[in-house]
Design a protein around this ligand. Structure first.
Ligand SMILES: [Zn+2]
Length: 392
């Protein structure tokens, strides 16, 4: 069998192994990370891990060192190890890779264990090459639940002085370049008032009514976000959006509700919009709503919980990462997407970043998720290009 065939078979085997680890967001991913770490260490990589508080979930950052350095920036191949939960209706076991025709089925096959499998399969070739720059592997936890793992890793990289490089985030894009997306910020705001009989409204504090005023304020601010639309916005719609996902509270017609919560989110086109929005909102709460509530019942409270703040990924005029990918794939197109990734986090610490990986987002998060096998081959070919550009 040719080396090329071996490489491809390896990537399929590794992908099958990766799928068998049930790394649903929020659950323990240590065994998967150890599996990856073992492969990389066998190939001479050094690595470190960054854990969550309970050590239940972990990020891995591994490095294949340059044999000699001539000033080229390091490469980071980045992927998240978690997958979204499965619902009923799969034709096969979602945690057992199943090949049918030209597709490989399994949870995470395209989003995004396919990319991780290719990177791991390629590691021995990187390791046996005369690398003139470091090749890094960044595997994170809990991306799907508002990017919880990656910020911890990024903080550690920053502490270690890691501030330049080219990062490829291998989310499924059919190996096309994505160079921007909006941010995705999710919040739940809790209102606590004082229960009472509806015939005596002055003696209670209706959490539902204060929540309603809060929602009205959000809708007002949403209009202001439209006024802030940046010139030449590349997004559709071109402005930051805001959406109320749900209002939950109250028990009966004749009871003043003491509890209510509002689930809402915003997708800022620029970071400033999120700052503006939160500032205006907090001001309204602290100067208007809360004092009114507390006047009747001092224990009243409004608490905004951050569910997740995935920062946006901004288009750069001359992106080193995009040019790097284009020079390998020959594809000079640039696209924006509506889903969030870890790209903005790398970008924020000065690492030029492009999102580009095998598989289609069409299949992500779905029942019978699959990756076309030819996508794995395309990704391996891309990694061949990365190697060519990392040897002298
Ligand atoms: Zn993903």
């Amino acid at each position: 069998m040719s080396t090329e065939n071996n490489l491809y078979q390896n990537s399929v085997e590794i992908l099958s192994d990766l799928i068998s680890f049930k790394t649903i967001s929020g659950q323990d991913n240590n065994s998967l990370i150890n599996y990856c770490d073992d492969i990389l260490k066998k190939n001479g990589a050094t690595s470190f891990k960054v854990y969550d508080e309970g050590k239940k979930r972990v990020n891995l950052f591994a490095t294949l060192k340059a044999k000699k350095s001539n000033g080229k920036v390091p490469i980071i191949l980045s992927g998240h190890t978690d997958v979204v939960p499965v619902s009923k209706g799969w034709s096969s076991d979602p945690f057992k890779a199943t090949i049918k025709g030209d597709k490989l089925y399994g949870r995470g096959s395209c989003d995004m264990k396919g990319f991780i499998a290719c990177a791991l399969a390629y590691a021995p070739i990187f390791a046996n090459s005369n690398l003139d720059r470091d090749i890094n592997f960044s595997f994170t936890f809990d991306e799907e639940t508002a990017c919880i793992g990656a910020p911890l890793l990024i903080k550690e990289l920053k502490n270690r002085g890691f501030n330049k490089g080219i990062c490829i985030v291998g989310e499924p894009t059919n190996m096309k370049i994505i160079d921007a997306h909006k941010g995705a910020y999710e919040y739940t705001t809790y209102f606590e008032g004082l229960a009472g009989h509806s015939s005596q409204p002055h003696k209670g504090v209706s959490a539902v009514e204060y929540a309603a005023r809060y929602v009205t304020k959000l809708i007002e601010l949403r209009e202001k976000l439209k006024d802030r639309t940046p010139k030449n916005s590349i997004f559709t719609p071109p402005h930051s959006t805001l959406s109320i996902g749900g209002i939950f509270g109250g028990i009966a017609h004749n009871v003043i509700a003491d509890k209510c919560h509002v689930k809402w989110e915003t997708r800022p086109v620029v970071k400033d919009d999120a700052i503006f929005l939160n500032k205006e909102l907090d001001k309204y709460v602290n100067e208007k709503l809360l004092p009114e509530m507390k006047k009747i019942y001092p224990e009243s409270n409004i608490k905004k919980e951050i569910i997740g703040e995935i920062i946006g990924f901004d288009r750069e005029e001359n992106s080193e990462a995009c040019e790097f990918v284009s020079s390998i794939t020959g594809d000079n197109s640039r696209e924006v997407v509506s889903f969030g990734t870890e790209a903005g986090l790398f970008q924020e610490i000065g690492i030029s970043t492009a999102v580009c990986g095998p598989g289609s987002i069409e299949q992500a998060h779905k029942i019978d998720e699959f990756i076309e096998l030819k996508e794995l081959k395309k990704c391996l070919q891309f990694l061949e290009g990365v190697k060519e550009k990392s040897i002298n």
